[in-house]
Design a protein around this ligand. Sequence first.
Ligand code: UDP
Length: 324
Amino acid sequence: MKVLVCGGAGYIGSHMVRHLLASGHQPVVLDNLSTGHREAVGDAPLVQGDLMDRAALAGLFAGTRFDAVIHFCARSLVGESVEQPYAYYDNNVGGTLNLLQAMREAGVARLVFSSTAAVFGQPQAPLIDEQHATAPINPYGASKLMVERILADAHRAYGLRSVALRYFNAAGADPSGDIGESHQPETHLIPNVLRSALGQGAGLKVFGDDYATADGTCVRDYVHVNDLAAAHLQALGFMDAHEGAHVFNLGNGQGFTVLQVIEAARRVTGVEIPFERAPRRAGDPAVLVASSARAREALGWAPRYSDIGAIIETAWRWHRAPRY
Ligand code: UDP
């Protein structure tokens, strides 16, 4: 299949591109390189461009007949979204609308969309399945939920087939060490823990120790980036047989506290990891753990990395020697 990967130079997108190439598909990457890395794209063709540029999108679809689109482009920092809501709605909703219109004009009717656990807001249940109420508590989550709604409308109006995958906490890196997570600034837990192990960065802070959890720190469900990539490929196959706009939660179904992640990283790295306790970070729910039963059943998805140590081990390989 010829697949347009929007945001294919980013963290999850670049692992997707590698997975598509390894599975015999032909990815083409569209990325504005605002947060992505040219080096992350590897052997796939890269078109440097922006979803806000409708003329460029029309040109891209006019020049190549794509079988499907996988869409990772987004601004994705919760705190920043609270400070700059217009930028988030403009980019995440407006940019996606431009993409959907270009797809419609070109007759491309299959989309896999990066959604997020942030659509749920404050969870009302220990395990979050797709029936769980969606009530985002920040503009980032709201922008992703808005796109999910647009996709449902697009199916009814235009017959677009889509799968929105709601990632819990993407983590790890390709075991080759060629590609990995490289954000500037880095806000995510595991990279910050590993930087602290390496004596890099501004010093690890643990945000909040008075949550109603086993040790007072937040619980998250960490899922390996290559397992996420595999789910996207399965979603492409799923759309062959299924019309509609579908949503699936993707996580391991097991939660770890921040302190448990630090302890697991200590075991992987063999290094005592310095950290200091800091106030709660705004917008952090205490516990976010996925039920992925629907993805397992409908897509046949079975994450290969279920062990937090194994996930951190792949991230450690990358952070010790990042290529970009
Ligand atoms: N966290 C932390 N220190 C950091 C980064 C994150 O204590 O330097 C905590 C954060 O408050 C949350 C968890 O680690 O409870 C996971 O945060 P991350 O930003 O990795 O992902 P999120 O859950 O926000 O998508």
